[in-house]
Write a protein that binds this ligand. Sequence first.
Ligand code: PMP
Length: 361
Amino acid sequence: MDRVRESAPQLASITPYDPKYIPADAFMSANENPHDVSEDIRHEIERAVRKVDLNRYPDPLANELRDMIAEANGLERDWVLVGNGGDELLFDTALAWGGPGRTFLNLPPTFSVYAANARLTNTAMVDVPRKGAPDFAIDEDAVLAAVSDPCNPVDFTIIASPNNPTGLRAPHDFMERLLAATDALVVADEAYFEFSRMTSRPLLEANRNLVLLRTFSKAFSLAGVRLGYIMAHPDVIKEYLKVRQPYSVDAVSQAIGCVVFENRAKFEPGIRAIIDERDRVMEGLKVIPGVRPFPSDSNWVLFQVEDAAHAWEYLYGKGILVRDFSDAPLLEGTLRVTIGTSEQNDAFLANLRDFCMRKRD
Ligand code: PMP
């Protein structure tokens, strides 16, 4: 046949996710950890991976890792589910709580994958935009009104805390009020919570509608491995089990995850260093003329700069890749820089300063 039927109609409005990852000397665009896992952990990983039976299917539920995560959080195994990165679990959320006739409440600007998953699953979307700069605070009253609207019941919402790409965490008392106001599923996306030092974990037992989503990709330097997990009431986990791909977490990733999770305390100094560098970058940005950084609880800083698209190009010309949000709705004129090594942060600040000074000459 020289033709093919059209794909599902909801795909017409979808463009594949593009991380805009292009060659560079300094990758400061994807909110990764600038440091790879240490040599001693790498050796342990090598030993663990050598023992994996590659000819056998993995444990579908990654129970060894699941048990470690559960124990560390004072939970039973059935409160935890491991996935192929947080991304898979976000997709599973849309599959399990979304779909035709269902509604997702989104708080833009936020992680674009949430809205894409809603579109893919034919889930209706209600937007409650965040308030504007500098802190892009959640419009708490509007969110609470939206989840209480009897004419348009919300089935699930995702609150990124800290919020990517704007930077700040969600207030704890707001999470508490939201969870009490609705029986909609509330996913607290805590992919970056290690940099904010705040979690909704204390609210978990009292709220059957809460899901905590975490990842190994950021604080634990494992973006290349693809491991994330959720913690939620076992009744909620059971629904995720119905939609997930049975073998989504491969045996090698499981083995690596176990080693890294066992060694998680060793990542603490690295996390602290990123927080310190973030504060340094923030101060550096504040004194560059024409630059306005927004507060961050995470491992990046969003900032406004005059002529942002050219600033991006200038930095890229110097080998520094940052993320360009200058055309994104509600984020006009902004770039996002992920905290890198001290040297990378210095180079970023110096080159951005050069760009801004040239524009003034
Ligand atoms: N949530 C947020 C807010 C993110 O920024 C990301 C990564 N970009 C994820 C979830 C998913 O991370 P991963 O799939 O690497 O676990």
